[in-house]
Design a binder for this molecule. Structure first.
Ligand code: SAM
Length: 372
C-alpha cells in the first residue's frame, strides 16, 4: 500500500507555498520585458505547446477506486473553496493567451466538469477563441441532461469514461453504486445531440475489470464510437498503484484480436497518444493508451491548468506555477503570455520514461485537481 499524503499538503507543495506565491520565477519572467518573443513556443526537447487541459472543479460525484478513493476523498476531505477557483472570465482570458502561444486543442475536465454550475457559459466563451478543438471528458452521469445545451454552446466533441458494461463491476469501480445504463443513456444523448463519434475511455485494472475488455469492444463495435483502453497509471499519491495491476496495452490488443480481428492503423496526426487498431471487417476501431508500458513523453504537447489556476507541465508533476497570481495581480496578457512561454521553454518533464520505485514515492498532485 502506498504512503498516503494528505491532499492539502500536496496542494500546498504544488502551489503558492513552495513556489513563494507571486514572487516565484514565473512572475519574474512575466515582468521581464521582451524575455520571450510572442507566438508559439517549444520546450527543451523540442515539444510544442499544443493542448491545454483545464480542470474546472476538483469535485466529483464518483469515487473511482483508481482516481479518488473513498478513504481519502471522504466527508472530511477539504475541496477547494469557491473563491480559490478560477472564474469563467479568468479561464477564458488565460485560455486565449495559451491559444496565442500555440494551443489548438482545449479539453475541459476535472474532477467531474459537468458539476461546475453553468459550464455551458464557459464553453460558449471558449468557443469564441477561434479555430480550436474544444472538447470535454466526463463520467457521463449528467450528460443526458446536458448534451444538447453543451452542443448549443459550441462543444465539438466529448469523451465519456466507462470502465465496464457489467453493472456490478462498474458500480464497484465508481464506488457510488452508479449504474452502467445511465452512462449509456448519456452516450446516446450526446450522439443524438451531434457529438458522435464519441470516445469511450476504459481504464483497465488487473483483477478488477480486465474481464470487461472484450465485452466492451464487442458492444461498441459498429456503433461509430471509439473505445480507448487506458493503462492504469500511478497518478497522484493516493490510489495505491502497483505495476502488477497494470494490464499492458499489448495484452488488451491480443485479447480483442483473438475474438474480433484487428489490424494496426496509422495515427491521425503526429503525437497522437492513442494507438489505433481497426477491425479487419471494417466495422470501426479501438485505441489503446500505453502510457506505462510504452511511454510517449517525447511527443507530449499537453499543459494542464488546475482548478485554482496553476500551470502544470506534466500529469505526474509535484509542483505547478501560479498563473492565478498573475491573473489577479494586475499583469497584462503579454506579460502572462511571456510567463507561460518561459515555463514551457524550461520544460524537461518525461516522467513515464523514468518511472521507477523512487518516482512512485514522489508527492504527485492528484489527477482530479490538475485534470485528467
Ligand atoms: N470525471 C471525468 C471522467 O470521469 O472522465 C473527468 C476527469 S477523470 C480524472 C479523466 C480520465 O482520467 C478518466 O477517463 C479516468 O478514467 C482517467 N483516470 C483517472 N485516474 C486514472 C489512473 N490512475 N490511470 C489511468 N486513467 C485514469
Amino acid at each position: 500500500m502506498a504512503t498516503i499524503i494528505p491532499i492539502s499538503d500536496l496542494r500546498n507543495a504544488a502551489g503558492g507555498k513552495a513556489l513563494g506565491g507571486p514572487a516565484d520565477a514565473l512572475v519574474q519572467a512575466a515582468a521581464s520585458e521582451g524575455a520571450t518573443a510572442a507566438g508559439p513556443v517549444a520546450d527543451t526537447r523540442g515539444r510544442a505547446l499544443r493542448d491545454l487541459r483545464i480542470s474546472v472543479t476538483d469535485r466529483c460525484n464518483f469515487r473511482c477506486v483508481y482516481c479518488m478513493p473513498k478513504n481519502v476523498f471522504d466527508a472530511d476531505f477539504k475541496f477547494l473553496p469557491h473563491a480559490e477557483l478560477l472564474t469563467f472570465e479568468e479561464i477564458a482570458r488565460v485560455a486565449g493567451i495559451f491559444v496565442e502561444r500555440g494551443v489548438s486543442k482545449i479539453r475541459l475536465t476535472g474532477g467531474e466538469p459537468l458539476l461546475r454550475r453553468n459550464l455551458e457559459r464557459l464553453v460558449e466563451m471558449l468557443a469564441k477563441l477561434g479555430d480550436i478543438d474544444l472538447t470535454l471528458t466526463t463520467n457521463g452521469a449528467l450528460l443526458a441532461k446536458k448534451a444538447r445545451s453543451l452542443v448549443d454552446a459550441g462543444l465539438t466533441r466529448v469523451t465519456v469514461s466507462l470502465d465496464s458494461l457489467d453493472d456490478a463491476t462498474f458500480r464497484a469501480m465508481n464506488d457510488v453504486d452508479f449504474p452502467v445504463a445511465k452512462v449509456l443513456e448519456g452516450i446516446d444523448a450526446a450522439a443524438a445531440a451531434g457529438l458522435a463519434p464519441i470516445k469511450v475511455n476504459m481504464v483497465v485494472k488487473r483483477g478488477t475489470n480486465d474481464s470487461s475488455i472484450v465485452p466492451m469492444a464487442r458492444h461498441f463495435k459498429g456503433s461509430g464510437h471509439i473505445v480507448r483502453f487506458i493503462e492504469y497509471m500511478d497518478v497522484g499519491a493516493t490510489n495505491g498503484w502497483r505495476m502488477d495491476d497494470v494490464v499492458p496495452a499489448a495484452e488488451v490488443v491480443r485479447a480483442i484480436d483473438a475474438e474480433l480481428p484487428l489490424a494496426n492503423a496509422d495515427p491521425n496526426y503526429a503525437g497522437e497518444v492513442s494507438q489505433r487498431w481497426k477491425y479487419r471487417d471494417g466495422s470501426g476501431e479501438i485505441g489503446v493508451i500505453a502510457s506505462v508500458t510504452q511511454a510517449f513523453c517525447r511527443d507530449c504537447t499537453r499543459a494542464r491548468l488546475s482548478t485554482d489556476g496553476k500551470l502544470y507541465t506534466c500529469l505526474f508533476a509535484t509542483a505547478g506555477h501560479d498563473l492565478r497570481a498573475l491573473l489577479r495581480g494586475g499583469f497584462d496578457d503579454a506579460q502572462i503570455g511571456r510567463a507561460i512561454a518561459a515555463v514551457w521553454k524550461g520544460r524537461t518533464d518525461r516522467y513515464s520514461e523514468i518511472r521507477s520505485a523512487n518516482t512512485l514515492r514522489l508527492p504527485k498532485v492528484e489527477m482530479s485537481y490538475i485534470g485528467g
